[in-house]
Design a protein around this ligand. Structure first.
Ligand SMILES: Nc1nc2c(ncn2[C@@H]2O[C@H](COP(=O)(O)OP(=O)(O)OP(=O)(O)O)[C@@H](O)[C@H]2O)c(=O)[nH]1
Length: 340
């Protein structure tokens, strides 16, 4: 009775593999007869990742903003309702890829004023290929955000190792260890990792992340042990709050089907500033519906038969890209398919 509910926060840049890991965690917990619940936060207005999650799993969706800032105050309420209503054994929060992890820690720890929570060490999923490219350029807000997410993770899952060479992988591992010497670094393809180890309660796995080495996080110092240390943070001091202004989101609701070959070409030719795309749509030349995923220049298509009333929609997330050009491109695909 009145047991603390373990809360895991999944952080990581857009398209790095958070939902892929979430699916593995849920499968593991369900296998053990546990009841997991999920809070999914999307910066866009639609939650397509939610379709990938076992429909039996209670889920709270927080859409249209980021829990670390614009809809931060909703998080306590969502957590409260989810825990009171569903009585889950464990809750996992999938943050938007644009979220500043320290701010999420803060938001979750605010909720622990209302609820008995056991805030577990943060898990950050890192997209190996994307990190390699960003590290090369070493500039831009995206780069800084990724570094922040790396610095805040107690576990760093260096995912998508299939997309980098063995030499690059060694360099990236060393880089992660340099950026965050406290973290446990594991490499993975499709987030296949030793989940038992990831969730184990080994103090050695739970380094305290006093990120004051760089000064800018000294207000947010957290220790990730069982007694989450509320003394250590000053909830009032968010003067250095980051903004997502650099993040551009475009949501396109399709008015009709599009040709699959043309659409694949369109996705392949997306501007570099678009980091992430996902959607669900009808093609004019296939009978089933498809879900597409696009993350850092890799596209994936899969047949899907969603429950309920799901519109044909695509969401694109990136940095300062031309939304109008994207909208026009998609509209012209719709027109071409309608004429053929
Ligand atoms: N090549 C490759 N693709 C992967 C790997 N892991 C995941 N993916 C693919 O990358 C895409 C994005 O994966 P997700 O798990 O949805 O990523 P996410 O971090 O939840 O994405 P957002 O919620 O949009 O931030 C999907 O198409 C995955 O199938 C991997 O190890 N290698």
């Amino acid at each position: 009775m009145n047991k603390a509910t373990p809360i895991y926060i999944l952080s990581g840049f857009l398209g790095s593999g958070k939902t892929t890991l979430l699916q593995r965690l849920i499968a593991k917990w369900k296998n053990e007869g546990l009841k997991p619940a999920v809070i999914m936060n999307e910066i866009g207005e639609v939650n397509l990742d939610g379709l990938m999650i076992d429909p039996e799993v209670p889920m709270a969706e927080m859409l249209g903003g980021c829990i670390c800032c614009t809809i931060r105050s909703d998080l306590s309420m969502q957590l409260y309702e989810l825990i009171q209503g569903e009585k889950p054994d464990v809750v996992i929060i999938e943050a938007t890829g644009a979220a500043n992890p320290m701010e999420i820690f803060d938001a979750v720890s605010e909720s622990s004023l209302l609820l008995k929570l056991d805030i577990r060490p943060m898990i950050t999923v890192v997209d190996a290929a994307h990190l390699a490219a960003l590290y090369e350029a070493q500039q831009g807000k995206t780069y800084r955000l990724m570094i922040e997410q790396i610095r805040c993770g107690s576990w760093l899952i260096l995912n998508k190792v299939d997309l980098v060479s063995a030499d690059e992988l060694r360099e990236l591992q060393a880089l992660l260890q340099r950026l965050n010497p406290y973290a446990q670094v594991v490499t993975a393809k499709k987030c296949v990792i030793d989940i038992e180890l990831l969730l184990s309660r080994n103090e050695a796995n739970e380094p305290s992340h006093e990120l004051d080495e760089h000064g800018d996080h000294s207000d947010h110092a957290h220790t990730h042990d069982d007694d989450h240390d509320h003394e250590n943070h000053d909830h009032g001091s968010h003067s250095a709050h980051h903004s997502h202004e650099h993040v551009t989101v475009y949501t396109h609701y399709f008015t009709g089907p599009v040709n699959s070959v043309d659409f694949e070409k369109f996705i392949k030719e997306l501007p570099r500033e678009v980091y992430r795309g996902k959607g669900i749509l009808h093609f004019s030349d296939t009978s089933s519906r498809f879900m597409f995923q696009y993350a850092y220049r890799e596209a994936d298509f899969m047949k899907i038969n969603p429950q309920g009333d799901v519109p044909d929609v695509a969401v694109f997330i990136g940095e300062h890209f031309d939304k109008t050009a994207l909208a026009e491109g998609l509209k012209s695909l719709e027109e071409q398919a309608a004429q053929s």
